[in-house]
Structures are given as structure tokens and as C-alpha cells.
Design a protein around this ligand. Structure first.
Ligand SMILES: Nc1ncnc2c1ncn2[C@@H]1O[C@H](COP(=O)(O)OP(=O)(O)OP(=O)(O)O)[C@@H](O)[C@H]1O
Ligand SMILES: [Mg+2]
Length: 331
């Protein structure tokens, strides 16, 4: 079934920030494949490296961040082997990103139309202004905003509408990969729902692959077919989202996240948080970075970094799933 080339292929990707405190290992040896017409979720606590990875895929790493290891391929093309001109053409037309807080990053002094036209005309040198305007109208219709708002300035639109504009810009050039970094976090639940439905609806037609970044565990497990769970820069688990309904058989961190979802169907609302805090990425704990918070940690976890174990189509980085040892974790 998955014989096709992945739209996104990450192989052993590491990214570090060179900071005054030392090298911050924001992304630490992650691998993942995403195919067309699928949504893969990326979840993790604040500071776990999600945005850094998104920026790395776009080759838009900020400040002092560098790709220290690994390869990133989009449609089979190594993003870091392209020259500047090639990359400029490739970015937005083949891969695009809805940046975290993007709706607040629209240019306040330009109309919505001017901002959409800018993307279209800078990539389609032969496109006339008239054609670009027609395409802008079409894009507004796709994201269900009345095209009369093309003449509006960002402040004249609601947050939900601005976010839809940002999504329209991201899909303007029909990219094969769209990275969405917390695209609905700042919005209320009703608006969030309508935007997610819209994203799914557009994807049905356009068939792009989506890497959907969020810290909202239940939202991601509902939206995505596959989920990568990030902890301290690593994918501690990559699993199909269906399986996330149950805690058993997952990485202890994933189990913690599942238990942390409020269970409203119960007589009382019960939420169990995960004790402790995420580690300092400059000075990672030895062995498995999760061991200081893990209820199942043993001596081996303190010393040795776990390899990936394949368990029921899940990839889990945990000694408890090491097949040779045949130990199974109980949740
Ligand atoms: N400019 C920088 N210099 C040094 N470290 C940085 C810099 N930017 C980010 N980091 C560190 O890299 C880590 C990953 O940051 P990143 O923004 O990718 O996390 P995130 O998972 O997107 O978090 P959030 O959910 O809050 O958006 C963080 O621990 C952060 O401290
Ligand atoms: Mg982020």
C-alpha cells in the first residue's frame, strides 16, 4: 500500500542551538515518513522541539540553530542539498508551513489581497495580476471567507478568519507538504473545530500531506492517522492514532499523556498529570531522557539510551519493550 515515495522523509534528524549555556539539543535523532493525503500529528510538551523540527524541514532555522545530523527529503529531494535559487522555488510551492502564531504575523499595513498576491506572483513569474486576483478569490472561497474581505486589513478580521487567511496562503501554490504549527491553539473551541473541518475538507481535494504540530493530545489523536510523540527532542513513540484510545502497550510517556486527558464520562472528572518537569536540553539526563519521570525506570534506563522497538506497528523507544528481554510494561 505504501509503495509510493513519501512526501516527507526524515532520517536521523538532529538540530541544535548554539547558546551561551551550551549546545541545546532541540531535535535529537528523529526519523519519520509521511505519505500523501495523510495527516501525521506531532505532539509534545512546550519546549520539546516541535517548532524547531518544523522550521528545520522548511530550512528556515532561526538564530543559531543548525541541522547537525540527518537528512530531510521532501518529494524525494534533499532540502539541504538545494542551492538558494532551487530552495526558493521549492519552498511554498512544494512545502509550506503555517507558523505558530502566524495569524498575528500577517502584515498589518497590507490588505489580505496584497499578501496573497505577493506569494502567487513571486512564484509564478508569468502570472498576470488579473489571474492572481482570480486565484486569490478562489483561495478565499476554499477557506470559506467572503472574497470581499480581500480588501480588508488583518485587524479588520477575526482571529479565526486571519488563521484561515494564513492557511489560504500556505496552500496557495498547491504544495505537497503542509506543516501546521499549532494552527488553532489561540482560537476558541467552536472556531477551532470549524478550521479543522476545513483543513480536512481541503485535504480531500488537494491530497497534500500534513504534519500537524500541537500539544493538544486529544485533538491530534482524533485528527491524525499517525502520531509522533516527542519528548526532549526525540520521538519516544510513533504510533497509529487509533491505538491512543488505550494506555496499554505504549511508551510510559504516552501512557502519562493518555492518563492526563480528562475523562468526562466518568462520575467525576479525573485527570492525572505527569509528575516532574521536562529536562534541560543542554544537559540531558543519562540513558533515557524520560527516566527521571518514568514510573517504570530501572537501572538500565539510567545508563543506556533505548533503541527503537517495533511493537504492534508502533515504534517505541523504551527498554521495557526491548524484544530480547521480552518484558512488557503494565499501565
Ligand atoms: N534561539 C534559541 N536559542 C537557544 N535555545 C532555543 C532557541 N529557540 C528554542 N530553543 C530551545 O529549543 C527547544 C525547542 O524549542 P521549540 O520552540 O522547538 O519547542 P516547541 O516544542 O515548539 O515548544 P512550544 O510547544 O512551546 O511551541 C526549547 O527547549 C528551547 O528552549
Ligand atoms: Mg512551538
Amino acid at each position: 500500500m505504501e509503495a509510493k515515495q513519501p512526501v516527507l522523509e526524515l532520517e536521523n534528524v538532529s538540530v541544535a542551538y548554539d547558546s551561551q549555556a551550551g549546545m541545546v539539543q532541540a531535535v535529537n535523532d528523529v526519523s519519520l515518513k509521511i505519505y500523501e493525503n495523510t495527516i501525521v500529528g506531532l505532539i509534545g510538551e512546550s519546549g520539546s522541539g516541535k517548532s524547531t523540527l518544523g522550521n528545520a524541514i522548511m530550512r528556515l532555522l532561526k538564530n543559531s540553530a543548525v541541522l547537525t545530523n540527518g537528512t530531510i527529503k521532501v518529494n524525494g529531494k534533499d532540502v539541504y542539498q538545494m542551492d538558494k535559487k532551487e530552495l526558493q522555488k521549492f519552498r511554498w510551492s512544494q512545502m509550506s508551513m503555517v507558523f505558530q502564531s502566524a495569524m498575528n504575523a500577517l502584515n498589518p499595513v497590507l490588505t489580505i489581497e496584497a499578501q496573497i498576491l505577493d506569494v502567487l506572483l513571486s512564484h509564478h513569474k508569468k502570472m498576470s495580476k488579473k489571474e492572481a486576483r482570480a486565484k486569490a478569490v478562489e483561495l478565499m472561497e476554499i477557506v470559506s471567507i467572503d472574497p470581499s474581505h480581500l480588501k480588508s486589513y488583518p485587524h479588520e478580521l477575526s482571529g479565526g478568519m486571519r488563521q484561515r487567511v494564513v492557511i489560504a496562503i500556505a496552500i496557495a501554490l498547491d504544495p505537497k507538504l503542509v506543516i501546521m504549527d499549532e494552527p488553532t491553539t489561540a482560537l476558541d473551541v467552536v472556531v477551532q473545530r470549524s478550521i479543522l473541518d476545513k483543513i480536512k475538507e481541503i485535504q480531500k481535494v488537494k491530497k497534500f500531506a500534513i504534519l500537524f504540530i500541537s500539544h493538544d493530545f486529544s485533538l491530534v489523536s482524533e485528527l491524525a492517522s499517525k502520531v509522533a510523540i516527542m519528548y526532549a527532542g526525540r520521538f519516544v513513540e510513533v504510533t497509529d492514532s487509533q491505538s491512543l484510545k488505550q494506555a496499554e502497550g505504549h511508551h510510559p510517556y504516552t501512557q502519562g499523556l493518555i492518563h492526563a486527558i480528562p475523562h468526562l464520562t466518568a462520575d467525576e472528572v479525573s485527570i492525572e498529570g505527569i509528575p516532574g518537569n521536562p529536562p534541560d536540553l543542554v544537559d540531558l539526563p543519562s540513558g533515557c531522557a524520560y527516566h527521571p519521570r518514568c514510573p517504570f525506570a530501572n537501572e538500565r534506563c539510567r545508563i543506556e539510551r533505548p533503541a527503537i522497538s517495533k511493537v504492534n506497528n508502533r515504534e517505541i523507544e523504551c527498554h521495557l519493550y526491548d524484544v530480547e528481554r521480552k518484558e512488557v510494561v503494565k499501565s
